[in-house]
Design a binder for this molecule. Structure first.
Ligand code: OAD
Ligand code: ZN
Length: 234
């Protein structure tokens, strides 16, 4: 039987779809500060600013011009055609992997198109702006909905499942991530411990590039379809 494949993805895989990365020169964190929009204390201090930041990103994601690119499509093809299990662990809060057809997907940093109620914990689809006037459909409170994303200092989701999948995999590929944010950046160490083949695909060497046995540098929209074609032997 074919071994399992785990693919870690980051903002770089969605760049060619028109979504900005975080740490590149034109990235999100060049325009706003993490501590102003992406921490629980920022939300307490200035909820209007934090909701405004995510409302703008949500509207951007829902723009009809935004669509999955060849890299997302190749990973969906890999999952459909590889004879063993394929899992994607994504740091991205966009839904482009789903739109491309990927099914076995862990959103460890949450999902922009969902809200979470901090009164009752309800998580559900939210494709509209959130704010003080938003009412929770479950508990009826107003002003209790926040974006279902992970902020700095918060625990990522599904890390136990992600680590278990990486510990059992034969091939671990990291695509479009700078390797600056843990625990995601540490997954390659679990892959090494498991004796997996490790492959980094990125525009440039990431901060954890030295942990990978194989490295390929260039745009994901070109390199990922080529990598998948290689794996599938055609
Ligand atoms: P970063 O912005 O840190 O890194 C994106 C990486 O993608 C960089 O190394 C780029 O060189 C690379 N890249 C850019 N365009 C590319 C392309 N067309 N093809 C391939 N690679 C390309 O984004 P992440 O590593 O995803 O978390 O950031 C990790 C986390 O930090 C995010 O999930 C977010 C952010 O703060 C939270 O907000 C909690
Ligand atoms: Zn509620």
């Amino acid at each position: 039987m074919a071994g399992s494949i785990v693919v870690l993805t980051g903002a770089g895989i969605s760049k060619e779809s028109g979504i900005d990365t975080f740490r590149d020169a034109d990235g999100v964190w060049s325009r706003v500060r993490i501590e102003d929009v992406a921490t629980p204390s920022a939300f307490v201090r200035d909820p209007v600013k934090v909701q405004g930041f995510y409302n703008a990103r949500r509207r951007g994601l829902l723009d009809p011009k935004i669509a999955p690119n060849a890299a997302h499509a190749a990973l969906a093809r890999l999952e459909a055609e590889w004879p063993g299990p394929v899992a994607i662990v994504t740091q991205n809060v966009d839904d482009l992997h789903e739109r491309a057809g990927s099914k076995n997907l862990l959103h460890i940093h949450g999902e922009l198109l969902k809200s979470r109620c901090f009164a009752c914990g309800d998580v559900r689809e939210a494709r509209v702006d959130l704010g003080a006037e938003s009412v929770c459909a479950k508990c009826g409170n107003d002003g209790t909905l926040r974006p279902h994303v992970v902020w700095f200092t918060e625990m990522p989701f599904f890390m136990d499942e992600a680590i278990a999948a990486v510990r059992a995999c034969a091939i671990f590929a990291s695509i479009g991530t700078s390797g600056a944010v843990y625990p995601a950046a540490g997954l390659v160490e679990h892959a090494r411990a498991a004796g997996a083949r490790t492959v980094e695909i990125n525009l440039e060497p990431s901060e954890v590039a030295s942990a990978f046995a194989e490295k390929r540098y260039g745009p994901a929209g070109v390199l990922v379809p080529a990598f998948v074609a290689e794996l599938l032997g055609r």
